[in-house]
Design a protein around this ligand. Sequence first.
Ligand code: NAD
Ligand code: DAU
Length: 350
Amino acid sequence: MSKTIIITGGAGFIGSHVVRLFVNKYPEYKIINLDALTYAGNLENLKDVEDKPNYVFEKADIINKDEVSSAFKKYNPDGIIHLAAESHVDRSIHSPLDFVYTNVIGTVNLLNASKELWEGNFEGKRFYHVSTDEVYGALGAEGLFTEETPYSPNSPYSASKASSDHFVRAYGETYHLPFIISNCSNNYGPNHFPEKLIPLFINNIIEKKPLPVYGDGKYTRDWLFVKDHATAIDLVFHRGKEGETYNIGGFNEWQNIDLVKLLVKKMDEKLGNPEGASEPLITFVKDRPGHDLRYAIDATKINKELGWYPSVTFEEGLAKTIDWFFENKEWLKNVTSGEYQTYYEKQYSN
Ligand code: NAD
Ligand code: DAU
């Protein structure tokens, strides 16, 4: 079976792992990486696949409907895997509209282009929207997010993702667009942009800079190694049921402060420092506004229906992640120059 798939946001963190998996695993497919190359997109992430005959990069901004529709006409895809987004909660607090443009309007532009291209023949077509567990809001000390948990987003980022999820579902109901959605917990791993907790703290430990823990550090996240998310996306895209949602999670909850202490320990080992050497870098700073206390996913459905379960333990995943950042210091240097410095200053100056 041959397929043409547009993967949006393929130059970003998760998208690059999805592109790599699909390009290598499905040589008979044509994979188009459609990405605007914002601050978070980097073609260096895909150096190892850029010369493969089944891979194409298309620079396009999903906010621009003409760019989207001409890419759709050019490639005539049967599948869309949509990951392009503004993805950082703290940036959404500074600039909510950027999140509305890309995450909401961008998604609707993709839905319209798919509808126009496929109208009258939806057979074998699929619009796969990759979303987040943050749409469900915050949990207390107990409980897990299931596919039935009501949406209750608290940040401009999660509100924009929730809105995009609703649009995708509405296009299914109204126009019969064949869609599928997954909502995943926090990813970590190689190529993670160093504005997010784990790669930011790896970089700051290397640079002996403060590790800014928000509030009391008692916030909890459910961490999943990025390659396990890519494997789940492959399964959901090929074998998930049309019109359904699948929750994806790591079965791996950590309070931020415990995770940070573990990371400091592993980094000191890697750097050959005495035990505890980097602990004094831990600095409690003012809290994130609207900070969600806890996220945790019940991934029973994808496990039971599609047989998916994370393959990498947190210990292994963290070790692989740290190794990758040490082996890719040039990458880290490049992405932390320029715009990153302005953002860092704005976010952490008081
Ligand atoms: P990222 O910020 O690392 O990458 C986003 C990519 O989208 C970049 O390559 C960027 O250039 C591209 N992009 C942004 N705006 C665009 C636009 N207007 N037009 C075209 N391309 C544009 O994001 P990520 O962390 O890899 O997340 C990917 C997707 O997965 C997002 O939809 C996010 O909501 C979702 N998600 C992320 C996580 C996580 O922990 N990172 C967890 C669950 C779900
Ligand atoms: O849950 C899935 C979501 O996970 C994705 O949808 C988002 O795209 C992704 O960015 C991530 O969101 P979080 O806000 O949970 O991730 P972040 O790495 O920004 O923060 C993780 C936790 O660490 C959170 O409780 C805030 C805290 N934190 C974060 C930063 C950047 C700090 O304490 N200090 C920091 O400097």
